[in-house]
Design a protein around this ligand. Structure first.
Ligand code: C2E
Ligand code: CA
Ligand code: CA
Length: 719
């Protein structure tokens, strides 16, 4: 028999001996994980539970025992690993029937070939005083006290009979007590806590006393004798004697910082920084709860009208200030049971108890509209706001998202109808879906370069020539269809996209003028329509100067058209911008003149050059209803303003306008807006049916006539 055989036989025998030993034996590694255990250990350790060797190998006491108990064992193991053998350690094992069996345990380190500690080895001999429970208890108490004193964690022990609480030095520190003051009464401990925490502790202690298998784990607020407030985490498990719980042993940790961090993070995650209102996340949670509660709630979706204008004209600080005020007002007009939240931007929501049609909720909606339809004094000036409100009700079969979307949809309808508040109806949803689709597409339109400009000729009444054109925005979809601006411009304006798209329009129109220039059409001017948001941009006129310069286009080749509504309010700002455009050398035209609210009387105060008389006045020609039109033309003449008549559709209208001194004419009677080539073709060839007529009756040009502007070759004009 060689060495190996001998060794393996020896091993086999030792294994059999290991299991046959009448005492529990175990081996743990330095991390406290069981490396091997014998049959008696499994039996004792299992406490009646069915455990196998495999259940234990690789696991630690923390996987099987209440935490405080596992901590005690760990403490002892550590001292063996650090300091060598422990002999005659009295240990108790709790049996399933609640009785305790005592062992005298010997623990020693096991070492590797180089003498390094690889783990520990322990065997337990049933204690000789096993029947003398009292004696054992005395000993076990001494042992616990030792462990208590040694631990770096706060540890406490409650004696159920005497209600005395023993704490270790670390716990004294945590409790702001002298380190020697290790004994307290249970009542003293309870006095450190407000009622809610004290009740929680009392209940948890009772639960453990009732059933020794229960462990306690509570978080409590404490106010220490020093006045310091803290949050402690308490954990404990029972020690029992013959099924009767005699003590609770547990740990104590100060978790104040962790909890306050947790709470801060929670608040950050659920509240809006600026207004301190609950945010969308928290609202969604509450709407979810409301959906399930069986009590009908209303979700009021509030959106400030034209908030973007405040931001753009007065700056973001003013915008923020306004939002904070709005938050305060909303809190003020809602009831304490209602939740006010900020969804982001200028969107707020109220989750209110009651159906949207109920008197309470309706009154609340009215109040919201009332208090927000007001002037606000901000640091930078005064602003007027109003709000659009949409309401939807919660329902057991809706998701929170759905309710929010419905209220948003209703709000959108209220905003469009400009009537303050709307209650959601299912039919609104279809419209919203179509609108949503359009919005997405419009967004893509810009990225995909689907916008283009068409140009409509303006005919000079004196010469019968095309002296200028109006650039009109078109959207060419990939199916080839051409969408007029009426369908998407309102969205561009609402979303603010008009600023970017508008910048492109100016640039594109300038590029076109330069191209016409190169082709010899160097006296054509182009009219560009501007939206209010563009005019509100700081340095807009200066930017225009740069763009025109970049294309080598003289500013006097461009007319900027603005409507009366676009320049309403903010008088200084608007007139300043318009004046600067004129100083640059461009002209300014009032578009759709006559339909806005600014009256003829203030016209001479506005920095404008051209009046574009709205189509509705042109439409009245021939119906004996031309008085207003005539006085507009007279007034313009008096003020030295040029006039353009828009929407000329008949010969009669054209004749009337020419004979009454209108400067220029524009309309389908002459040409519909078309691609840039149309302007070139018409400038050269005139109108195919001879409709461009001078005031003296002569026709400007007929088909086939030669160009009169110098005859430079007209190549295809790029667009
Ligand atoms: P607008 O500035 O008053 O432009 C004139 C509109 O009247 C154009 O409609 C034009 O096609 C139409 N029109 C011209 N002659 C006639 C006519 O004889 N009869 C009728 N029924 N209509 C005629 P369009 O191109 O659909 O533009 C509508 C509005 O969209 C414009 O009204 C303007 O306010 C806005 N818009 C167009 N292009 C732009 C742009 O580039 N920027 C900005 N901000 N707004 C634009
Ligand atoms: Ca226009
Ligand atoms: Ca117009």
């Amino acid at each position: 028999m060689d060495d190996d055989d001998a060794r393996s036989r020896r091993l086999r025998w030792f294994e059999q001996l290991f299991d046959a030993l009448p005492m529990p034996v175990f081996i743990k590694d330095t991390e406290g994980r069981y490396v091997d255990v014998n049959a008696r250990f499994i039996e004792a350790y299992g406490r009646g539970r069915h455990l196998t060797r495999d259940d234990l190998i690789g696991t630690s006491d923390f996987d099987h025992l209440p935490r405080p108990e596992a901590e005690l064992y760990e403490l002892k193991d550590r001292s063996v690993l650090d300091g060598g053998v422990i002999d005659g350690l009295r240990e108790e094992l709790l049996l399933e029937d609640g009785t305790v069996r005592f062992y005298d345990t010997t623990k020693m380190t096991v070492s590797g070939p180089g003498g390094e500690v690889e783990g520990l080895f322990a065997f337990s001999v049933p204690s000789e005083t096993s029947d003398g429970v009292d004696a054992a208890l005395v000993d076990s108490e001494r042992r616990h006290r030792l462990a208590l004193r040694a631990s770096r964690d706060g540890i406490w022990e409650l004696d159920v009979a005497s209600r005395d609480v023993e704490v270790n030095a670390r716990a004294c520190e945590l409790l702001d007590r002298p380190v020697a003051a290790t004994t307290m009464t249970f009542d003293e401990v309870m006095a450190l806590m407000p009622d809610t925490s004290a009740t929680a502790v009392a209940e948890a202690v009772e639960a453990v006393i009732d059933d020794y298998r229960t462990t306690m784990s509570v978080r409590v607020d404490v106010v220490l004798e020093s006045g310091r407030r803290a949050i402690f985490a308490l954990q404990a498990a029972a020690l029992s004697d013959a099924g009767r719980v005699t003590k609770l042993v547990g740990s104590l940790a100060d978790v104040t910082d962790a909890v306050s961090n947790e709470r801060r993070l929670e608040r950050l995650a659920s509240h809006d920084d600026l207004t301190d209102l609950p945010n969308r996340r928290l609202l969604i949670e509450r709407v979810d709860e409301a959906n399930r509660s069986g009590v009908e709630h209303s979700l009021l979706f509030c959106d400030l009208n034209e908030f973007k204008l405040v931001n753009d004209s007065l700056g973001h600080t003013a915008g923020d200030q306004l939002l904070v005020r709005v938050a305060e007002l909303l809190r003020g007009v809602t009831r304490s049971v209602d939740l006010v939240a900020r969804l982001g931007g200028d969107e707020f929501a109220v989750l209110a108890v009651g159906a949207p049609q109920s008197p309470g909720v309706r009154a609340m909606a009215r109040r919201i509209i009332e208090v927000l339809d007001d002037a606000f004094m901000l640091d930078n000036g005064e602003v007027y706001t109003s709000v659009s409100l949409g309401m939807a009700s919660t329902s057991a079969d809706a998701s929170a998202d759905q309710v929010l979307r419905d209220a948003d949809t209703a709000m959108y309808h209220a905003k469009r109808a400009r009537d303050g508040v709307r209650i959601f109806e299912p039919a609104m949803r279809d419209k919203a879906v179509a609108e949503q689709k359009l919005q997405t597409e419009v967004r893509q339109a810009q990225e995909r370069h689907e916008f283009c400009l068409h140009y409509q000729p303006l005919i000079d009444a004196v010469s019968g020539r095309i002296t200028s054109t109006e650039a009109l925005l078109r959207w060419r979809r990939d199916d080839g269809s051409l969408i007029p601006p009426g369908l998407f411009l309102p969205y561009l304006e609402r979303s603010g996209m008009i600023v970017d798209v508008g910048a492109w329009i100016v640039d594109e129109a300038a590029r076109q003028v330069a191209a016409w220039d190169r082709a010899g059409f160097d006296d054509l001017t182009v009219s560009v329509n501007l939206s209010r948001l563009q005019l509100l941009r700081v340095g807009f006129a200066e930017w225009i100067g740069v763009v025109l310069d970049g294309h080598g286009v003289a500013p006097d080749r461009v007319v900027f058209e603005v409507t009366e509504t676009a320049i309403a309010g903010d008088n200084d700002l608007m007139t300043g911008t318009l004046s600067r455009l004129r100083e640059l050398g461009s002209k300014v035209a009032i578009d759709d003149f006559g339909v806005g609210h600014s009256c003829l009387a203030t016209l001479d105060e506005l920095p404008v050059d051209v009046l574009k008389i709205d189509k509705s006045f042109v439409d009245r020609i021939g119906a004996g209803n031309e008085t207003v039109l005539r006085s507009m033309l007279d007034l313009a003449d008096e003020l030295g303003l040029e006039t353009v008549a828009e929407g000329v559709e008949t010969a009669e209208q054209a004749e009337f306008l020419v004979s009454h001194g209108c400067t220029r004419l524009q309309g389908y009677w002459f040409d519909r807006p078309g691609p840039p080539d149309l302007v070139v073709e018409r400038s050269v060839l005139g109108h195919p049916e001879g409709r461009y007529r001078a005031a003296n009756g002569s026709v400007m040009s007929t088909r086939g006539a030669l160009p009169s502007h110098g005859g430079s070759p007209i190549g295809p004009v790029s667009s």
